[in-house]
Design a protein around this ligand. Structure first.
Ligand code: NDP
Length: 323
């Protein structure tokens, strides 16, 4: 089969398109023929070595496809079933072996590309808005990179929960896309001081929660954009990791809360995974949640997809197609 392989950490050029053997499923595992693989920022962190991975490896943490065969002790899925999964390395390939406990069935009416594009970021937007900080009607929320894959889903779910949504974006084009997804106001954080602008938009009060996936360049001002006892949800590092923080700043800025959550810990047991995946796929099927696929690339062009994502050139979700 064809797969993208990483033999050394580095830039997009280390993503090599190679012939490798089709893997064999072991106990509790299934072999999935991949129809589409989602591109996520975590793939960049793996490629660069920011998140430790043993070399060589096949990147990619999310896909949808069809079960080709199953190993011993697999009970819930059978060959021919349509499935999607997230948070398991190796999806930039024609086939991947995946533990059964991570697989969810894809309902009729949702095509493979939509399932592949919705599962990881959809479950993330779900836990961020329902569990990390359960949004209440009347809350005001700040979403950074609001036209990105995560951003567009967060805007929609925050709006659905009854919040006023302020989104930051780098261009006017992205601002228009974020507003279509439910952002009430947008701030061009590449030009304006988003902390001051957020304070102005909230009459000096600040927002109830910041969803910050940009990290290094936004973290400190995000704290300044919060209300007293507001919640800072740092869930990514698109601009780089946040340097060490003196916790005293939380007192000085208003008895703030900070958390750094990750999807794996919010889908740690099967029931929780099925709850979030079930909600996301149902909302996508009934139109409650709109997935914007901003670009599709042949699997061989994974490096170009990474360059576009890191270059801030994309909106919504990117997919790799193996055939
Ligand atoms: P996006 O589509 O959001 O792309 C990243 C966006 O970040 C860019 O389009 C850009 O938007 C913005 N950005 C700001 N500064 C930079 C910079 N220096 N370099 C690159 N981009 C920058 O990506 P994803 O939707 O895949 O992921 C968004 C974030 O969510 C990532 O940080 C990822 O790690 C995180 N994430 C976290 C999860 C978790 O459970 N913790 C799970 C899933 C994703 P603009 O041009 O508008 O500034």
């Amino acid at each position: 089969m064809r797969a993208i392989r990483v033999h050394r950490h580095g830039g997009p050029e280390v993503l090599e398109y190679e012939e490798v053997p089709v893997p064999e499923p072991g106990a509790g595992e299934a072999l999935v023929r991949i129809a589409a693989s989602g591109v996520n920022f975590i793939d960049v962190y793996h490629r660069e070595g920011r998140y430790p991975t043993r070399l060589p490896f096949t990147p990619g943490s999310e896909a949808a496809g069809v079960i080709e065969k199953v190993g011993p002790d697999v009970r819930e899925v059978a060959p021919g079933a349509r499935v999607a999964y997230a948070m398991h390395l190796g999806s930039y390939a024609q086939y991947a072996v995946v533990p059964e406990r991570l697989l969810v069935s894809v309902p009729h009416g949702i095509d493979d590309r939509t399932a592949a594009g919705a599962i990881l970021q959809g479950m993330t937007a779900h836990y961020l808005t329902h569990s990390t900080y359960p949004i209440r009607p009347g809350d005001t929320v700040l979403v950074h990179a609001a036209a990105g894959g995560m951003g567009l889903l967060l805007c929609q779910l925050a709006k659905r929960a009854g919040a006023r949504v302020i989104g930051t974006v780098s261009t006017e084009e992205k601002a228009a896309v974020a507003r279509q997804a439910g952002a009430d106001e947008t701030i061009l954080y590449s030009k304006a001081d988003f902390e001051a602008e957020t304070r102005r938009l909230t009459n000096g009060r600040g927002v109830d929660v910041v969803y910050d996936s940009v990290g290094k360049t936004t973290f400190e001002k995000s704290l300044g954009a919060l209300r007293l006892r507001g919640m800072m949800v740092l869930f990514g590092a698109a601009s780089g990791p946040v340097p060490p923080v003196d916790l005293q700043i939380l007192n000085a800025r208003g008895s703030l809360y900070v958390t750094r959550p990750t999807l794996g810990h919010y889908t740690a047991d099967r029931a929780e995974l099925l709850w979030r995946a079930g909600d996301v796929l149902r909302w996508v099927a009934d139109g409650t949640l709109r997935l914007t696929i901003g670009g599709t690339y042949p699997l061989a062009d994974a490096a170009r997809a990474h360059r576009d994502l890191e270059g801030r050139a994309t909106v919504g979700k990117l997919l790799l197609l193996p055939d």
